[in-house]
Design a protein around this ligand. Structure first.
Ligand code: ADP
Ligand code: MG
Length: 929
């Protein structure tokens, strides 16, 4: 394989074997049975240059695939496999997709991780014919379509970026890895350094659709397990190995500078060598796949470590920030808070939630903007209405620059410019905060001439493809109007001609029609046609062209002449339209810097207005975020659970407070141990506080009456006993690996949320580990921590460690059942109510009764003896079952009696209590006979 050829987008675990390395290549026979046709020769040559891709070979209105490609594609796409001719004596398998539907098929193939080389006809077949009957139309690959390099509107998801990432490691050492990620569809380009341990977290934040890796690194022992875990995610990340040369560190800076046509990168800022290497590799892949076309990429922007809250993979999964554990968007934090109205806004919101900030000043800047739009309700409404009509300028621009755009992309830019002007006027206010003022400045900076130029040139309704014509407004150009008039006039002449012919021949059913093969022709039903053939009526004008089943077709000299005129005029009109198109595209591309800045500004405004809208509708409040170690939330709610309860019309969400800040006289935050029955709301409480930190630092208002948060540098959230069988690790092992990461990495600025850690092993093991972990978190990490546990023994730690406090969920017992109040209060749970919850869950009554007996036995021996000793003389299960008729239902009158405190009763209340007791007694079931 030549050094710069791209290998197939192989997933690391199914590295292609030698035989299927070039699936579309013809089998190699020892002796050529027959020479391939010239066309097949051309195909084989082009295929050989693109062995790693499925080759879409353009033939007329189809993309055809041959040999192994055809087999792979027909299976993947569910389309018929046919044959065409022979190669070395064997049939050549073939399948094809019509070009008008090619995008849909491309989408399927890309989603399956394939890469497609699109091979077009580079000349008119008529041109080829001139060179001789046997000559083949010139064709070549114009573009490689891969998961990370798509730009088509229907291949992309509006609300999601489409990142192409490159990972680089210079030298063999443990130094940081370089990571670069580009979204060709919008021009965004970021680079950064990442430690190996933090790589999974970074990749889960970025969620690249395609990851370029130096081919040598694929087999690397430290990386390959990690890369193997990637493709299973949703959306899957295709891992593409790339020859090492593309990552060459020595030439990287120069190659990047060449791409941007600058002498040095100094103007872009300072980058490290691994960053440059990754960036250069990503750029060379862009060049290679776009083949000459140049997307309008931003200059690479460096993301410094520490600027964003560090959130590792397990935490992202556990908190379901942008997708649920099942990989869905619905049900995630993102979907609960998303009120954006544009694709760009949705992308930016997801990005902000994925990368909350750590600089209080920057966070306050966002909060200021949200706050302003919250009070400026009229401006907000106008802004959102205008944004709703603003198309995705960034993506339209990218398609136009790549010569892949159509009239509708020009229309999108025009509409975007119009919306931008409206919005700039709406936001013209002296008191607008910085974030809003900056965004407005980007809109005001748009060249006015471009808007006018597009508005004047484009029709109101635009075709999808430029070759369909009709997108230039009537009156825009005189020569175009003339050509169109001539074309349309001739069409009217044809319509009149049909009447004349019908009259002259007396054939009422005579029609003048048009098709691509014959052009314009006269068609009559068979019977009449024969008449015309045998004895031409009137004159000799009808020349036979075709006899069909049931119809005969003719042409006439007048028709031929008109046809020429129409075709000439239509051709001229289209040619003029295409020059207009090219000029408009040039003007748009020339303004691409300003357009990209405006597109980014519109996204910022959309997110800000959406967050203001959310804050108003949901009564969210502005949090105070500073550099303290405070973590005080008053009346906090879980946005997803709250919305779910509302949807189900269930009881409303119960708000809860939290305070993890340093207690008086202490320098570090608290560790709060949360106990209480299952289903009480512990997990919800833990997560809502983590989500409030994410939202606050992302620049959003928060679902709480009040919140004060000292910037969280790292967020950890773990749920005990989560299964991860897919990665082949036992539940408990996963739990411990994740706990280890926290104990090693959490700082005093971190927020740690641990939910039932230690559950995955035997009681005493689990308890001991949890105990030691708390001591370590308290003494060594000294981070702010919420620790939910079912080990009541741990609550004793509050008495021994200065910054450990207990909290519990309040429950009420009612007629032997537990009622969850979902209220978190200080203190420890008195018991776990496990048996009551089991009863609610429908465990059979004998099992419940037996469990109670065992529990009573265990509790009576106290916590001194061993459980096995306590149970030694417990009667066998079978014995009590026979006698264990369901226990008599508790007498409701007795329960009521228990609630009465005679000292507190007024005479009147006492009388009412008596009535209630009497009523309860009457209602009592009579079953204890
Ligand atoms: P635990 O972790 O204690 O077992 P969960 O947090 O899983 O309990 O909560 C169980 C259910 O209780 C949730 O699915 C939710 O429907 C409800 N719930 C939890 N917290 C609240 C709350 N604050 N207000 C209302 N309902 C709640
Ligand atoms: Mg729980």
């Amino acid at each position: 394989m030549p050094q710069d050829a791209l290998p197939r987008a192989a997933l690391p675990q199914d590295a292609p074997s030698r035989e299927d390395q070039t699936p579309g290549a013809p089998p190699q026979g020892a002796a050529a049975v027959a020479r391939p046709t010239p066309m097949m020769e051309q195909y084989i040559e082009i295929k050989a240059a693109n062995p790693d891709c499925l080759l879409f070979y353009r033939m007329g209105d189809f993309y055809e695939m041959f040999f192994g490609d055809a087999e792979v594609a027909s299976r993947a796409l569910g389309i018929a496999l046919t044959k065409r001719g022979k190669h070395l004596g064997d049939d050549i398998p073939m399948c094809g997709v019509p070009i008008h539907a090619a995008d849909d098929y491309l989408q399927k193939l890309i989603a399956l991780g394939h890469r497609v080389a699109v091979c077009e006809q580079l000349e008119d077949p008529a041109e080829a014919k001139k060179r001789g009957a046997k000559s083949v139309v010139r064709r070549d690959v114009v573009r490689l379509v891969t998961p990370g390099t798509i730009t088509e509107e229907n291949l992309l998801e509006a609300g999601r970026p489409n990142w192409l990432a490159a990972l680089s490691r210079l030298g063999g050492g443990d130094g940081p890895l370089g990571l670069a990620w580009i979204d060709i569809s919008t021009g965004a380009f970021r680079v950064g350094e990442v430690a190996l341990a933090a790589l999974p977290g970074e990749l889960s934040r970025i969620e690249p659709r395609e990851l370029l890796v130096p081919d040598g690194l694929l087999a690397d022992a430290s990386l390959s397990p990690l890369l193997r875990a990637l493709p299973g995610r949703n959306p899957a990340t295709a891992v593409t190995p790339l020859p090492r040369v593309h990552f060459d560190g020595a030439s990287a800076a120069e190659r990047i500078a060449r791409f941007y046509g600058v002498a040095t990168l100094d103007g872009f800022g300072a980058f490290t060598r691994p960053e440059l290497s990754a960036a250069a590799a990503a750029l060379s892949y862009v060049e290679r796949t776009q083949i000459g076309a140049r997307p309008p990429l931003d200059a690479p922007r460096r993301e410094t470590a520490g600027a964003a809250m560090a959130i590792d993979v397990a935490t992202r999964i556990s908190l379901e920030i942008t997708r649920t554990q099942g990989g869905e968007r619905a049900g995630s934090l993102f979907s609960a808070v998303d009120r954006t109205v544009t694709g760009g806004g949705a992308r930016l919101l997801a990005e902000r939630l994925s990368s909350p900030l750590t600089d209080p000043a920057e966070i306050a800047r966002r909060h200021d903007a949200v706050g302003w739009l919250l009070t400026e309700a009229d401006r907000r409404a106008a802004l959102r209405a205008d944004l709703g009509g603003a198309p995705d300028i960034a993506r339209a621009l990218s398609r136009l620059a790549l010569d892949r755009g159509g009239p509708r992309d020009l229309g999108a830019v025009a509409a975007g410019l119009a919306a931008a002007a409206e919005i700039a006027a709406t936001l013209d206010a002296a008191d607008a905060p910085q974030e809003i003022a900056d965004a407005r400045a980007a809109l005001v900076a748009l060249p006015e001439t471009l808007a006018t130029m597009l508005a004047e040139a484009l029709s109101d309704s635009l075709p999808h493809l430029k070759r369909d014509g009709g997108f230039v407004r009537a009156g825009h150009r005189e020569d175009l109007d003339e050509a169109r008039a001539l074309r349309d006039e001739s069409r009217q002449v044809i319509a009149r001609l049909q009447g004349t012919y019908a009259e002259e021949t007396g054939i009422r059913a005579l029609k003048i029609r048009h098709n691509a093969v014959l052009g314009w022709f006269v068609e009559t039903p068979q019977v009449h046609g024969e008449k015309l053939l045998a004895a031409p009526l009137g004159s000799h004008r009808f020349v036979h062209r075709q006899t069909m089943a049931g119809a005969v077709r003719f042409t006439t000299p007048e028709l031929a002449e008109l046809e020429q005129k129409i075709a000439g005029a239509a051709e001229r009109a289209l040619a003029i339209e295409l020059t207009v198109f090219t000029a408009l595209v040039e003007a748009v591309v020339a303004a691409s810097e300003a357009l990209k800045r405006a597109a980014a500004a519109l996204s910022v405004l959309d997110v800000t207005a959406a967050l203001a809208e959310l804050a108003e509708r949901e009564r969210w409040m502005r949090p105070v975020v500073d550099r303290s170690l405070a973590f005080r939330v008053v009346g906090g709610r879980h946005p997803v659970v709250e919305a779910a309860l509302r949807r189900e019309a269930a009881d409303p969400f119960v708000p809860n407070d939290a305070d993890l800040g340093p207690p008086p006289g202490e320098a570090h935050g608290r560790l709060v141990i949360v106990t209480g029955p299952n289903m009480g709301g512990k997990s919800t409480y833990l997560r809502q506080n983590a989500l409030i930190a994410v939202l606050a630092q992302a620049g959003s208002y928060v679902p709480a009456a009040d919140a004060h948060i000292g910037v969280v540098d790292r967020l950890f959230s773990r749920v005990g006993a989560a299964d991860d069988l897919a990665r082949g690790r036992s539940t408990f092992m996963v739990e411990m690996v994740e706990t280890a990461a926290i104990l090693n990495l959490a700082t005093e600025r971190s927020l740690v949320v641990l939910d039932e850690i230690g559950r995955g092993t035997a009681t005493y093991d689990g308890l001991s580990i949890a105990w030691a972990a708390i001591e370590h978190l308290h003494g060594a990490n000294r981070c702010r921590t919420l620790f939910a546990t079912h080990y009541h023994e741990l609550t004793a730690l509050a008495g021994r460690l200065a910054r450990v406090a207990n909290a519990t969920v309040k429950v009420k017992e009612w007629k032997g059942d537990v009622v969850f109040l979902h209220e978190i209060v200080p203190g420890a749970a008195d018991r776990s109510y496990g048996i009551q919850v089991a009863r609610l869950a429908g465990l059979p009554a004998p099992v419940i009764a037996r469990a109670k007996a065992v529990l009573a036995r265990l509790e009576s021996t106290g916590r001194t003896g061993t459980p096995s000793a306590a149970l030694e003389d417990l009667p066998l299960f079978s014995a009590p079952v026979r006698v264990a008729a369901p226990p008599p239902p508790a007498d409701p009158a007795l329960a009521l009696l228990d609630e009465i405190d005679p000292d507190e009763l007024s005479p009147r209340a006492a009388l009412e209590a008596l009535y209630r007791l009497k009523a309860a007694r009457t209602a009592r079931p009579v079953e204890e006979s």
